[in-house]
Design a protein around this ligand. Sequence first.
Ligand SMILES: O=C(O)c1ccccc1N[C@@H]1O[C@H](COP(=O)(O)O)[C@@H](O)[C@H]1O
Length: 217
Amino acid sequence: MALSLKICGNHSKSDVDISLRSKADYMGFVFAESKRKVTIEDVKNWLEHKRPSQKIVALFVNEKIETIKDTIKALPIDIVQCHGNESKDYITRLKNEIKLPIWKVIHANKEAVDYMASFAGLVDGYIVDCKSKNQWGGTGTSFDWSTIPLYLNEAKKQSQPLLIAGGINPDNVEGLLHYSIDGIDLSSGVEIEGKKSMALIEQLVERMNKHENNLSR
Ligand SMILES: O=C(O)c1ccccc1N[C@@H]1O[C@H](COP(=O)(O)O)[C@@H](O)[C@H]1O
């Protein structure tokens, strides 16, 4: 499986245009409290009411299920990302209410693998991220990547893909790609002064390609 790329936290027309022109597989929008929070109307306008070629991921944090349903009714969402401390019961209810794949975010900590195991058979992928005291994500900080094999092992048991997030940027991505992960998810690391940068995304993609080419030699 090729390494996939998600550019998250798009929060302007310029961000959306850059993500669309990039080699990203997924474009993410944050519908949760954040400096990158967007509204349904914003996204409709930026996408010019069209379905883009990339898959669209809608990110929520402990959101009311009705609000998620309203969002996916209004926009061409492909995947719902649950980025809070949602419970197994909540995800079970969400899965019964929507027909879209659900990605569950796991915040790296000592209990995280057990938390991840509780979603077996319910979700369609995982993202491991780093949480700060006041922010659920988009912090620009990384967790201890030496723990990635623990999450990979659990994702493999469940036959689900594992993406890594948190503080990834073009300078450190090569260190991350030594792990056999399925994809990476970035927000801060491809921004300059809060705006997505085409130059940084291209640098990142070049390093991802270099790594994949080395593997195929
Ligand atoms: O991007 C945000 O503002 C955000 C807010 C609330 C929850 C998650 C958020 N973003 C997600 O955080 C990770 C990594 O971000 P970063 O590269 O460290 O900035 C990624 O999954 C984003 O989708």
